[in-house]
Design a protein around this ligand. Structure first.
Ligand SMILES: Cc1cc2nc3c(=O)[nH]c(=O)nc-3n(C[C@H](O)[C@H](O)[C@H](O)COP(=O)(O)O)c2cc1C
Length: 287
């Protein structure tokens, strides 16, 4: 089956889809007629949907998505820059949560929204594991702490660098500095091999994080979970991550118990001109 299906009745032969295709999969066989999928280029189609996204008459569907129709939108429906800027600047990592549980329908929606994040070759290989109760998150914390204890025992240099023994001691005293007593967690993972799986996973996680904030949730990156997953098979098994896959993103999520009222200060990079390029350096003491 052809990857791109063009309805000749709806096609106005404007060639917009031909010009927008990043891999030149579509071509014009006869001026004034609907474009065709170039037979030698079928295999290059990455299902990015730019053809269906640009078409003003809704003439294009993709067979990979069983003919799902494009959803039209107008410029007026988009948030303006100030709204996006406020969303980005007012988001804070949430480390205190109320007892209210997250809605699984919301999580499903957020995961679907995150599928619109960019991915190398539009591979969209990011999968998600959702822990939907504080008990499951705590169980994950226990597996992570087990790995931390092992690192400390082995005198792994990472243990000292990341103060792992302090974290383990705090955990044992009932101070959950690892999972922040979160009511839920969402872990993003992808195949180890691929085009850009690590970047895709991080971008998808950050996209979900912003979307979750816009929905009223608080999230916090679960850095120790991602780290532990890179070393511990037991953590991967707990998260139902199959062999050959790696977790590169993880968020604790819940209803935030802290109300932030101000935008905090951040480093303002002053551009320097170096050999004709504008360089915005990270702050000098950034570690
Ligand atoms: C990759 C990554 C890992 C992180 N891991 C943790 C973590 O394990 N625990 C935690 O409390 N915060 C974690 N954070 C949150 C950062 O501390 C936080 O983003 C930073 O202090 C800035 O605060 P803000 O997110 O409120 O702007 C992590 C953030 C990132 C990007």
């Amino acid at each position: 089956m052809l990857p791109v299906i063009i309805d000749p009745e709806l096609c106005k032969a404007d060639e917009l889809c031909v010009h927008v295709c990043p891999l030149s999969v579509l071509s014009i066989e006869e001026k004034g007629l609907a474009p065709v999928v170039h037979p030698k280029k079928i295999k290059y189609c990455i299902n990015c949907g730019h053809c269906m996204s640009v078409c003003p008459t809704g003439a294009i569907t993709l067979s990979a998505f069983e003919g799902e129709l494009a959803i039209p939108f107008t410029k007026e429906e988009l948030p303006d820059y100030n709204e996006v800027e406020m969303l980005i600047k007012t988001r804070r990592s949430a480390r205190k949560f109320t007892k209210k549980q997250i809605s699984t329908a919301d999580v499903g929606e957020l995961i679907h929204t995150a599928a619109y994040a960019p991915s190398g070759h539009n591979a969209q290989t990011v999968s998600w594991t959702v822990l939907d109760s504080p008990e499951k998150v705590h169980e994950l914390g226990e597996v992570v702490v087990e790995w931390m204890e092992e690192m400390v025992k082995q005198k792994n240099p990472l243990a000292e660098k990341l103060f792992l023994s302090g974290l383990v001691n705090a955990w044992k005293k009932g101070n959950d500095v690892i999972c922040r007593n979160a009511p839920a967690a969402i872990i993003a993972w992808a195949p180890e091999q691929g085009i850009t799986p690590q970047a895709d996973t991080v971008i998808a996680t950050n996209t979900l994080e912003l979307a979750a904030y816009a929905k009223g949730y608080g999230t916090c990156w679960a850095g120790y979970v991602v780290l532990a997953a890179a070393y511990s098979q037991k953590v991967l098994d707990y998260l139902a991550i199959p062999g050959g896959h790696m977790a590169h993103g993880a968020l604790f999520i819940g209803h935030p118990a802290t109300r932030y009222r101000n935008i905090p200060a951040r480093h303002k990079a002053k551009p320097e001109e170096i050999d004709g390029k504008w360089v915005f350096r990270a702050r000098p003491n950034a570690h």
